[in-house]
Design a protein around this ligand. Sequence first.
Ligand code: AP5
Length: 233
Amino acid sequence: MAATRVIMLGPPGAGKGTQAQRLCKEAGLAHMSTGDMLRAAVAAGTPVGLKAKSYMDGGKLVPDEVVIGVLVEAIDKALKNNAKGFVLDGFPRTLPQAEALKTNLAQRNLPIEQVILVNTPDKVVQDRLAARRSCSDPKCGAVYNLTSKPPKKADTCDICGKPIVLRNDDKPETVLVRQQTYWRDTAPLIQYYKQAGLLVEVDGSGSMDDIAVAIKATVAKGGSSSCGCCGCR
Ligand code: AP5
């Protein structure tokens, strides 16, 4: 049976947001990106945004207790709106976040059904992030790429007409910090979800369309590609 509660896991710039958005549109699932939620909070100057800003600008993780609160609120809202399911993009990013998520979803009897690792090499990611441009209006949040997905009119968002900009944390020196943070704090989740029998890996270095096809097939099949104990399948 098709998975409807999915985590998109992978390094910064792997293409998680791009693919999560496409999958949600096709499958009618709610897209929950903690990065987008935190950027909106920073732009609005909320208490969460004020706490998160310096961590985000420095490429560091926002403290678990802050981001768990943000995510739980978003899940509550999606379920109240009768969402068919959801794709978590950028959450969890630490083992405590994964444990908090497991407990919260167990209380609702809505466990995660699949974790898709978008596996994209560091060098590919660095090139993609250097060329990424994002709409300056966080309410729009459209994402472009000067190489693979340029806007129709230079420096301008196709959707809302506002300027598109390099994200603060997409400067090369901050990207390196984000990559180190990923390998130290987030990559252990690969083994965690493999052991839970939920992990499926997709090669993130191909074209957006090819990756979307692979993800669609994976989600339609449901479950994991490995046995959950040793990855023998
Ligand atoms: P977040 O926004 O989640 O950043 P991230 O995980 O680093 O992911 P990105 O948004 O950079 O990349 P992506 O994988 O979505 O790639 P995209 O699809 O855009 O988080 C930002 C910050 O918020 C964190 O550093 C942290 O401070 C904080 N935060 C968020 N969640 C947190 C949490 N749970 N705990 C603690 N802190 C948290 O693609 C990248 C580019 O490549 C785009 O230009 C795109 O157009 C292009 N592209 C995509 N796919 C392809 C392809 N196949 N071929 C060519 N180009 C492609």
